[in-house]
Design a protein around this ligand. Structure first.
Ligand code: ADP
Ligand code: MG
Length: 193
């Protein structure tokens, strides 16, 4: 995982759109038994990766297997396989863990081959293993992301059947110390650091 993140280290008061009760309930890990997916949606810096990592860390602590990947890493790993058997073996790496975290969905547009691989993966884990996913992209845009509207709708159908969708809106935590300075600058000189 990118860095060690815990729920204790998450400031719920900074991000009131995050449903704290639901997050604490998810931390009980009951969602693993029901293979419920958890999707964190929202703009950059609102804590999506933090919360997904914290739940994954909780699962690791309880002795479950966890695999953390970005969508870009996953897409790269599942393309260009020499044979169907080799491809199945590669896919298995992402199907077997009790928890699969797919971070940063939305930054990478997938090739047709990668989009089909992602669909196969979501189908293979459907009702078997939970996926924790973070995205800055609304579901309506997934057709463009996968380059295929029909495939995107079939994938979302499976992904969302048993799922908690946590849409986070608010300011970036990364920018919190810069807010005053950004707010006092004139629009012509606003700098994003
Ligand atoms: P996102 O994935 O939504 O872009 P991150 O989860 O990577 O955002 O958060 C950016 C940084 O800010 C990380 O270091 C994260 O730990 C921290 N962070 C975000 N929200 C909070 C919060 N509410 N309380 C404490 N730290 C936070
Ligand atoms: Mg992130």
């Amino acid at each position: 995982m990118p860095a060690r993140k815990t729920l204790d280290g998450f400031d719920f008061s900074f991000q009131p759109s995050v449903p704290e009760r639901l997050i604490r309930e998810l931390a009980s890990l009951h969602f693993l038994q029901t293979a419920t997916n958890v999707l964190f949606l929202g703009p950059p810096g609102v804590g999506k990766t933090h919360l997904a990592s914290a739940l994954a860390t909780q699962a690791l602590g309880a002795g479950h297997s966890v695999l953390f990947t970005t969508l870009a890493g996953l897409a790269e790993a599942l393309e260009g396989s020499p044979s169907p058997t080799a491809w199945r073996l590669r896919l298995r790496r992402y199907v077997q863990p009790r928890v699969l975290v797919i971070d940063e969905v939305g930054y990478t547009r997938l090739t047709a081959e990668q989009a089909h691989a992602l669909f196969e993966l979501v189908t293979a884990r459907y009702e078997k293993g939970a996926i924790l996913l973070t995205s800055n992209t609304s579901f309506a845009e997934w057709g463009g992301l996968l380059g295929n509207e029909v495939l995107a709708s079939a994938l979302l159908d499976r992904l969302l059947h048993h799922a908690e969708v946590i849409a986070i809106s608010g300011a970036s935590y990364r920018m919190k110390d810069h807010q005053d300075r950004v707010a006092t600058r004139s629009p012509m000189t606003t700098v994003v650091s």
